[in-house]
Design a protein around this ligand. Structure first.
Ligand code: GDP
Length: 406
């Protein structure tokens, strides 16, 4: 790192530190330097203009990472993780991104590809020297090896459900009749957990999506604006609307004021809820409970919690239920490889299909080169994840999502 001045002819522009990264030990593997100036718009622009005047070129969004990929320092899945890290909303998500950046996924894919290559070598041998190995023995061996690969691919595919939760949060709807305690619950969660709330523009114009991170559980709250509104204007949630929200949600928290008798409307809304993704909260237990949780309608919900949103009782149980419902304890961020990227999942699914095709051909005793073709497709599918086989178009699309300077 050198200390000095940026000068334009005789004029000093700023006092700076310049770091020099000698190739190949730089982010892009090329010769690079970074200028640390005092910052500020005017100075930064002047330095930039001066660099451009002296032959520098302005980088495209994502160009640094793209060069790192094209020069072979990182693979495509690692490059993609850079965006994930920048956009991470929770610790877990950031950790997944870092793991991917370290190359865990790339390594796993490489191992699977080696296994497929090994199977292909076996096949080639039998094409070239049909007198070796009796076909039956070879068939069994091939099948065993294919099953090992299939299991690995299926595990990766399955991990996507968790990966999606880590990345996008559990889409959660808090619903219930006016005055049941929806906003009290929301406030209790927000206060108690000092939850990090991130607000996003919703997909429809006037909705706000809030992202709440409780105990590492990422909840994406749906229609919270609606919840807050009900405090002032008594708005009926309505059965139709409940149905619509329930359909969208991964998790429904249905609140009933249990100090009063259950209403017909509560029953009707309950009827439209899917028990496996609904947690029923019997709120206001501090006022004494009038609702019997053993009634038939409530009984069919396996997840019922007594709560006092006002006194903040029952919150812990709620978190435990959510953790249990989504198997969140099973996500081992440190060790397991979790697929968080839709593109990767699609490629893995294609690889699974092609591997199954290869197995089928083997079962049907098809010519061995037919099996080899399906296996080659598996390699292609996996190669698109790490980038060896990715087309210009895919690569362009991925880096277009980067921001300037990354
Ligand atoms: P919402 O219309 O469903 O959002 O309901 P609110 O959260 O606004 O609550 C309606 C009223 O019930 C407010 O006066 C709250 O203070 C009160 N409330 C909410 N939860 C409890 C509770 O657990 N116990 C008691 N005693 N009152 C509660």
């Amino acid at each position: 790192m050198k200390y000095g001045y940026i000068v334009d002819h005789e004029t000093i522009i700023d006092e700076v530190l310049v770091s020099y990264f000698k190739k190949p030990k730089s982010y892009t593997t090329e010769d690079m330097c970074e200028i640390n100036s005092h910052g500020g718009n005017v100075i930064m622009r002047k330095i930039l203009e001066l660099c451009l005047k002296n032959g520098a070129e302005l980088a495209e969004p994502g160009e640094f990472t793209k060069r790192a990929f094209l020069n072979g320092r990182i693979d495509l899945s690692q490059a993609e993780s850079v965006i994930d890290i920048i956009n991470a909303k929770t610790d877990r998500e950031a950790k997944e991104g870092i793991k991917q950046l370290e190359g865990f996924l790339a390594k796993e894919i490489k191992e699977i590809k080696n296994k497929v290559l090994d199977i292909m070598t076996n096949i080639e041998v039998s094409i070239d020297y049909p007198e070796y190995d009796t076909p039956e023995i070879m068939e069994e061996e091939l099948k065993t090896k294919m099953n090992v690969v299939l299991k690995k691919l299926e595990d990766l595919e399955k991990s996507f459900a968790n990966g999606k939760i880590i990345k996008e949060g559990i889409k959660t709807a808090i619903i219930g009749r006016p005055n049941a305690g929806k906003s009290s619950l929301l406030n209790a969660i927000l206060k108690e957990e000092r939850a990090i709330v991130t607000e996003y523009e919703g997909t429809t114009r006037d909705t706000i999506e809030e992202f709440v991170n409780i105990n590492g559980i990422p909840l994406k709250l749906i229609d919270t604006a609606g919840i807050r509104k009900t405090q002032n204007e008594i708005e009926k949630i309505g059965i139709e609307k409940s149905k619509k929200i329930a359909k969208e949600a991964d998790l429904i928290i249905f609140i009933i004021d249990s100090s009063k008798d259950i209403t017909q409307e509560d029953y009707e809304i309950l009827d439209t809820m899917q028990p496996d993704k609904t947690i029923v909260i019997l709120n206001k237990i501090d006022l004494g409970q009038k609702i019997d949780r053993n009634t038939e309608k409530i009984n069919k919900f396996h997840h019922v919690i007594d709560m006092s949103a006002l006194k903040r009782k029952g919150l812990q149980e709620l978190y435990e239920k959510i953790t249990e419902l989504f198997n969140l304890n099973e996500i081992n961020v440190e060790n397991d490889i979790v697929i968080t990227n839709e593109r990767h999942k699609n490629q893995i699914q294609k690889a699974i299909q092609n591997l199954k095709k290869a197995k089928e051909s083997l079962d049907k005793k098809m010519p061995i080169d037919i099996i080899a073709i399906s296996l080659k497709d598996v390699l292609m599918n996996l190669g698109e994840i790490t980038g060896e086989e990715a087309s210009e178009e895919i690569i362009h699309e991925i880096f277009a999502r980067f921001c300037l300077g990354k």
